[in-house]
Design a protein around this ligand. Structure first.
Ligand code: MRU
Length: 350
């Protein structure tokens, strides 16, 4: 199986993505070739999910570099850097974006003195390595996830942390998808995830397509399904994990964690090492993306759903305090609170 959401072309001159804003009704592909295409695709959430934007941005940097037609190494490196800074400015919260761009920029630097063609070749190999590593990390995370649940469990999900947001399997959804392959029956309760509905449009779509029992709920129904005993665990992905375990993920995640604690339900964060930022001491250091208020007032509605004059506040992420997280499931193992110690023990501080 190969990832379908973000695909580097054979000639290295374009990246083809599935336009996630068109799902679930239409599967449309977009061909990206220029810095502005990558910026716009990431900003507009045509490609989204922390690992996927890192992979796509890195491939974008390589594709743009391939199109420079530049032979001078210093000029080439300086042009790459400018494109990297530009694409990185498209969204602030997911650390994978910078991580993915830096990997490809460093691949060029490491071939300094060997000529631009060698730099490009190394950038291409690194793009493939980043995507392959993500597939392996998601698979390993899903294996660890399966040790935390049992057949028949009810799992609450928030936002989308499936194959569309990564490469294959996903992080938060990987356990459900791998479990399905192994014959487990899970019952997913999927928060629709206002305002951009990644749960309704993407998670419900991916789980349903895989043949997993999925029930869509509005975000404000999480409490009742927990109280009714339908939920055995909550599974979420993440965009940046600070050194102390504070975790930024889609807006509403921290509310789910607070509810889970109240009802004594384990709350698991699924996290590839590319999402851990040891330079961030705590959640207070994480920049939270604020998006256009009209996404709340008008998006997906035939007519505006609020008076035009009314203000709206649209933070795209929130930070779940480390104390509320039962475990952080990584490709190297399962970390428990206190995370400063457990994350450092597994990853050596980055
Ligand atoms: O704004 P989005 O859709 O990019 O937000 C994505 C999330 O919050 C995901 O949960 C996170 O990136 C993890 S994806 C494996």
């Amino acid at each position: 199986m190969k990832p379908e959401n973000v695909v580097l072309s054979e000639d290295g001159r374009s990246v083809v993505i599935i336009d996630q804003t068109r799902l679930p009704n239409r599967t449309e592909h977009l061909t990206l070739t220029a810095p502005e295409h990558f910026y716009e695709a990431i900003y507009e959430l045509k490609v989204r999910g922390a690992p996927a934007i890192g992979i796509c941005a890195g491939m974008g940097l390589y594709v743009c570099a391939n199109r420079f037609d530049e032979t001078d190494e210093e000029v080439f490196l300086s042009k790459i850097h400018n494109v990297s800074v530009y694409i990185n400015s498209s969204r602030p919260t997911a650390v994978n974006l910078k991580h993915g761009l830096d990997r490809i920029e460093n691949a060029a630097h490491s071939m300094k003195g060997c000529g631009v063609p060698a730099m490009l070749e190394n950038m291409r190999s690194e793009c493939i390595a980043v995507q392959d590593e993500d597939i392996a990390m998601c698979r390993a995370i899903s294996e660890y996830g399966l040790t935390l649940v049992k057949d028949g469990d009810g799992i609450l999900t928030h936002c989308n942390a499936g194959p569309l947001a990564t490469s294959l399997y996903g992080t938060g959804l990987g356990t459900l998808l791998l479990g399905k392959e192994r014959g487990y029956t899970f019952h997913a309760y999927t928060d629709e995830t206002r305002p951009l509905l990644q749960g309704a449009r993407l998670t419900a779509y991916e789980l349903d397509k895989a043949g997993i029992d999925v029930t869509l709920i509005c975000d404000n129904m999480a409490s009742i399904v927990m109280k009714q005993g339908k939920i055995n665990a909550c599974f979420v992905g993440c965009d940046r994990v600070a050194a102390n375990g504070d975790t930024a993920n889609k807006i509403g995640t921290s509310g789910v964690a607070v509810l889970a604690k109240h009802y004594g339900i384990p709350f698991y964060v699924f996290c590839p090492s590319s999402t851990i930022d040891f330079k961030c001491g705590s959640g207070a250091d994480i920049t939270i993306e604020e998006r256009d208020p009209d996404e709340i007032k008008t998006k997906f509605y035939a007519e505006p759903m609020a008076p035009a004059s009314v203000k709206a506040y649209n933070p795209a992420f929130d930070v779940t305090d480390a104390e509320l997280i039962t475990a952080i499931v990584t490709e190297k193992g399962i970390c428990r609170y206190p995370y400063t110690e457990s994350l450092t023990a597994l990853f050596g501080g980055g």
